[in-house]
Write a protein that binds this ligand. Structure first.
Ligand code: ZN
Length: 227
């Protein structure tokens, strides 16, 4: 059953990978993470950060779960309220749980350059699973570099918009060992309202899925997350 789901997911995603207009990205830098932000989708295209055990051994909790508008982003900017009452939760790319030892770093994960509309099922299911898996990897392998990003369907395939915010069809996540770059993990997670599992894929599949977004692939190469 899982294989059929995987197969269907990839067919849908590959259908989305048709050439279209390249989307402009702007890079926003924070101490917690770097966000390559997609100005046309009002979503992070990819967020990149480092993770080792020291980053998540704390137990700090945010004083508010609202996302603060990232003023480093050019206007017009997405706001926390834009996702309110939409049926989607405000999903983190770089999770708060990866930054729970320092209040300032934790707060940065609640900036809108790190926020995407995510189904509750995805957020508490497969997305949480890959977040947890990466923490296990960081314990086992030492420092790892992570990228989390959005995958969009082509507009002709019926993309959902929440006002101006485009809803991702899926998300990808890459983890790569800093000292052993040959240790690399890539997952695709559907932004689905029904339960699904993370799908492990290789670099080629990820590049095919992202082939209409060459700027994202370039960012991943510059960041040394893919070769
Ligand atoms: Zn390793």
């Amino acid at each position: 059953m899982k294989n059929i789901l995987t197969y269907t997911l990839l067919i849908v995603l590959l259908a989305a990978g048709r050439p279209s207009v390249a989307q402009p990205l702007v890079q926003v830098t924070h101490e917690s993470y770097d966000s390559y932000y997609d100005l046309s989708a009002f979503n992070p295209a990819v967020v990149v950060w480092y993770l080792d055990f020291e980053d998540f051994k704390g137990n700090l909790k945010p004083s508010t779960r609202r996302f603060k508008t990232d003023t480093k982003l050019p206007r017009p900017r997405v706001k926390d309220e834009d996702l309110k009452g939409t049926g989607y939760v405000r999903g983190h790319m770089c999770p708060a749980g990866d930054r729970d030892t320092r209040k300032d770093l934790l707060k940065e994960t609640y900036l809108t350059s790190n926020m995407t509309p995510m189904t509750m099922v995805c957020n508490s299911g497969p997305w949480k699973m890959v977040e947890d898996t990466c923490r296990v990897l960081a314990k086992r392998h030492g420092k790892i570099k992570i990228a989390a990003g959005t995958i969009f369907l082509d507009d002709s395939l019926g993309v959902e918009y929440l006002g101006r915010v485009k809803v991702p069809a899926a998300f990808f996540r890459i983890a790569r060992c800093v000292s052993h770059p040959e240790h690399q993990w890539i997952w695709i997670v559907q932004n689905s309202k029904s339960s699904s599992s993370p799908v492990r894929v290789g670099t080629n599949t990820l590049q095919q899925v992202l082939q209409n977004r060459s700027s994202v692939i370039s960012a991943l190469k510059i960041e040394n997350l893919i070769d």
